[in-house]
Each structure stands twice: as C-alpha cells, then as structure tokens.
Design a protein around this ligand. Sequence first.
Ligand code: FAD
Length: 306
Amino acid sequence: MIIETNVPLAPYTSWLIGGPADFFCLPETEEQLSEALTIAKDKQFPVTILGGGTNVLVSDQGVRGLVICLKKFSRTEVELVTEAKPEQSYLRIRALAGTPKAELLRIFLKYKMAPALFLAGLPGDVGGGVVMNAGVAENLVPREFGELVRSIQVLRWEKNTLQRIDLGRNQLRWTYRHSDGWQPGIITQVELVWPSIEVPSILEQVKAANLNRLQKQPLDKPSCGSVFVNPVGGKAAQLIDECGLKGLSIGSAQVSLKHANFIVNQGGATATDTWRLIQKVQQRVKELKGVNLTTEVVRLGEWGEA
Ligand SMILES: Cc1cc2nc3c(=O)[nH]c(=O)nc-3n(C[C@H](O)[C@H](O)[C@H](O)COP(=O)(O)OP(=O)(O)OC[C@H]3O[C@@H](n4cnc5c(N)ncnc54)[C@H](O)[C@@H]3O)c2cc1C
C-alpha cells in the first residue's frame, strides 16, 4: 500500500476546498485497506475516511493522521435471483464501498428498475450513500438508500484485531440523511436488493429528473449539494431565500443564486470563508425566521475555534 505524505485534499472533494492530509492512500482491495489501517494503528495516526468527497468540508489546515480515500475501492457483483413465484424474484447487487452511485444507476437502468430514479444525479460513492442515507425530497419509491440495503460489511478493530462484521438491515437505523448501528468502523461492502419489477418508462423518467436537477441546481459550479438539512415541516432553501440571502458571499464562497441551499465555490474559496458563510446563514435564518438550521455537510480535519 503506497502511503503518500502532505497530499492536497481539495481535488478529492466536490467543493474543491481544503488543505492537505498528513498521510494519504487509495486502497483498491480489502488487503490494502487492512494494511493501511494496521500502519495507522502502529503509528497511532487518527484515520479519516473519504468516499466521493461530495458531502464534506475539509479544513484549510488539512487533516492530521491518515486519510483513506475509497475512490479506487470499487467493484460490483450483480445477480438476478429468480424464485418460483415471479413476484418474489429480485435483483441483488454487492458493491464495494467506493463504487460510484452512478454505477448503481447504470445497473438499475439496465434492468429498468425503480431505484434508478432516485439515484439519478446523486453523486458520491455507495458507502457515503449508506452513511448519509442519501436520497431525494420527492415522494418516490424508493427515495433513500436505507430502503435498498439488505446488509453491510464493516471493518473495525476489536481487541487489537481487525474484524469483518456483517450487519443485517434490521441492525441498522435509518433516519433523514443519517444511518446508525454500524459505527465504529469503515463500511467496506454493501448488499442492495430490489424486487424484479420492470418500469418500462424508467429511462425517460431519469432523463426528466436529470433535466430538473440541471434547471434547479448550480451544477456548473463546485458545491457539496445541500448544505443544510431541511428542518421539520420546512425547506431550508425556502427559508434562506425568504431571508434574502441568495448571492450572499464571503470571499469566493457564495450562497447560490439558483438554489439557496447550495453554497458554491466561485473559484479559490477557502474552507474558513465557506464555514463563516454557513454560520452567517444560520444566524440570519435564526434571527428572521426563528429556525435553527443544522448542517448536512460533514466537517473534516482541524477547525480550532472556527
Ligand atoms: C451536486 C450535488 C448534489 C447532491 N444531491 C444530493 C441529493 O439529492 N441527496 C442527498 O442525499 N445528497 C446529495 N448530495 C450530497 C452527497 O452526494 C451525498 O451525501 C453522498 O451520499 C455522500 O457520499 P460520498 O461518497 O461523497 O461521501 P463523503 O462526502 O466522502 O463522506 C461523507 C461522510 O461519510 C463518511 N464516509 C464515507 N464513506 C465511508 C465509509 N465507507 N465508511 C465509513 N464512513 C464513510 C465520511 O468520513 C464523511 O463523514 C449532493 C452533493 C452534490 C455535490
């Protein structure tokens, strides 16, 4: 396993923001991942996991210890399981955590199945999808990752030995943009299942969903998607818009003019500017609407008092 030093993390994030990792590696196999974790344990390095980097804000000071990026930890096995009763047949996908969600989309499109629709335009990896219970606001079936997951595999230290733990879906808890029951550890593999029912118009629906995203979201600029989770009974984007905050900027970080829950990097934005802007938005929405917005995006690295 090649471990590099002082590697800038910005190129590994969709926001293109953030300082360097002290140590960095891109494992392709479970053996390499185990080797990296063993080195980190021996040297007492803290470990940070990066999936697709589409929901993280990496500090300008970077990340101490070892960053394990799962971008190359990608492989799928697909099986159409046919039962005597056709209505019990299903598609099973086993995916390594670093498999792009776009690969799942491709598979479900091939089989003309409903999950393709919520996956359309969802960036990042399968592992990140499980961690964040990624999904869409629209009332689709399915609309979140948790609805597809049958089991996951987690790698974690137990009594100084790296253990591979299998967890079934009822050992996991799924809430809005979050999953629990698998920590601590690294999600290495995900098994997804979906009934074998064809939706003949799925490709047209996916194309329409992609067009809709293109019209509503600033996909031409680096971002992390929605910065804030929707508060109960409300929409973060609507609240931010109603507070007149679209276009508000600190440095090169700007509340998108197109979608108020996106903060875009106009070029050279720093993590400090972006975090200050996030806090400014929270403060204004609290003052004007009385609502506490909490962040969906995860901060990684050293933040000090920021
Ligand atoms: C343009 C755009 C649009 C988006 N639209 C949506 C949307 O519609 N719906 C939605 O839900 N999200 C959306 N997102 C956010 C993001 O894509 C999702 O949250 C995604 O699931 C994150 O996956 P990732 O692989 O990029 O995770 P990362 O950003 O790399 O990581 C997220 C967190 O998970 C941890 N992590 C990642 N992989 C593992 C693992 N294998 N084991 C343990 N921990 C891990 C990381 O340490 C970090 O804390 C959007 C983002 C962008 C940029």
